[in-house]
Ligand binder design. Structure first.
Ligand code: NDP
Ligand code: X2W
Length: 345
């Protein structure tokens, strides 16, 4: 199958290429770049010299639709919504790593993304690509809204306990940390080495675009409006997200009981690893891999469940999950091309 990647020189794109290079059913026939068309990919990323020397091209949607079967958008917010409708109308599958098609509510989209949402008709067609939860819908989708990085770690951590109605749906507190690749490759002052090194900062309190996304997924799970307290932080590491989540349990439960429930929930899901009692996962344990690792501690003293969920933001949080979704859409084994061990140390 021929695929194209748009947003060629970004981190999401280079991570897609790392996995697709060895994918048995896929050829990346086009890498589209608005800033570097005409330049060989390996000139921008020299670690890929002699491996991916493809000349990048500028975007021409009509020729793209004739030449490829599926398009990955690894572009910033408010870009893919201008192109995906035309591709979808021509029957081309699209997987959008950005947030343009994730939210169902136009007013929320405007509030958090600052622009008008894509036309309703296409929002309705978009399937939210949380692979472990929406597999059936993904199988038949033409358009995937690939989840955000924080929402992936957070909702995979929360859905089992919420879907069993064991926790208070309100008063959910999410304390999340990301590495700097979460901000993409373009330069900004707050991410300079001297600003980031030996620093730890909270940002976008109350205004982060992942708040409505997390609330939408959890509300769909619980069939009730859920609001969360979400505080993202950036820490001086390259990759990784840790979402530490606090919920009030409705009744006393032991850690062991809850771990059993989580293991049952994810028993056929190759990329979610529920860890043993007393083991709390670390970001380095999923580095470079598509795993989401979850650890639990039920604090019987306070009645709270503490959930720790870790992913690599560029893999399960973006490109890995996008490929997992492509596999599901095409009826291939969902682990094809992404079944790699984490890099350690
Ligand atoms: N980084 C992460 O951890 C995660 C990222 N995402 C989302 O995935 C998407 C890509 O992220 P990431 O790769 O990290 O971001 P980057 O900033 O690294 O890359 C985005 C690329 O998009 C292209 N681009 C920039 N502006 C425009 C524009 N106006 N029109 C068309 N193309 C443009 C550029 O490539 P070129 O000049 O070559 O076209 C740029 O390098 C974003 O929406 C991001 O929010 C989602 C989950 C996690
Ligand atoms: C450190 C940093 O800035 N991280 C980004 C990660 C979000 C992201 O990439 O997600 P979308 O796919 O929803 O755009 C942020 O907090 O906005």
């Amino acid at each position: 199958m021929n695929v194209a990647i748009i947003g060629g020189t970004g981190y999401g794109a280079v991570e897609l290429l790392r996995f697709l290079y060895n994918h048995p059913h896929v050829t990346v026939s086009k890498i589209i770049s608005h800033s570097n068309s005409g330049t060989p990919f390996s000139e921008v990323y020299p670690h890929l010299v002699n491996l991916i020397d493809t000349e990048m091209e500028s975007l021409d949607i009509s020729t793209l639709a004739e030449e490829v079967d599926l398009v990955f958008f690894a572009t910033p917010s408010n870009v893919s919504k201008n192109y995906i409708p035309e591709l979808i109308d021509k029957g081309i599958k699209c997987i959008d790593l950005s947030g343009d098609f994730r939210l169902k509510d136009g007013e929320q989209y405007r509030n958090y993304y600052g622009e008008k949402m894509a036309p309703e008709k296409y929002i309705e067609k978009a399937v939210y690509g949380l692979s472990e939860v929406n597999k059936k819908a993904i199988e038949n989708a033409l358009l995937i809204a690939n989840p955000g990085c924080y929402p992936t770690a957070t909702t995979l951590g929360l859905i089992p306990v919420l879907s069993h109605n064991l926790a208070d749906y309100q008063n959910i507190v999410i304390d999340a940390k990301t590495g700097t690749t979460g901000a993409g490759r373009s330069l900004s002052q707050g991410f300079h080495f001297s600003e980031m090194q030996e620093n730890f900062k909270a940002y976008k309190l109350g205004i982060h675009k992942h708040i409505p996304e997390i609330e939408q997924v959890l509300s769909d799970t619980a069939n009730e409006d859920i609001q969360v307290t979400f505080t993202p932080h950036v820490v001086p590491m390259t990759r990784g997200i840790m979402s530490t989540i606090y919920v009030n349990l409705k009744e006393r439960q032991s850690t062991k009981q809850l771990l059993d429930l989580y293991k049952e929930f994810y028993k056929d899901k190759p990329f979610v690893r529920v860890r043993e009692e007393g083991i709390i996962p670390q970001t380095k344990e999923v580095y470079g891999s598509n795993f989401c690792d979850i650890g639990l501690y039920a604090d019987e003293r306070t009645g709270k469940l503490i959930i720790v969920s870790v992913i690599d933001n560029l893999v399960k949080g973006a490109s890995g999950q996008a490929i997992q979704n492509m596999n599901i859409m095409n009826g291939w084994d969902e682990a094809t091309g992404i079944n790699q061990l984490p890099i350690y140390p």
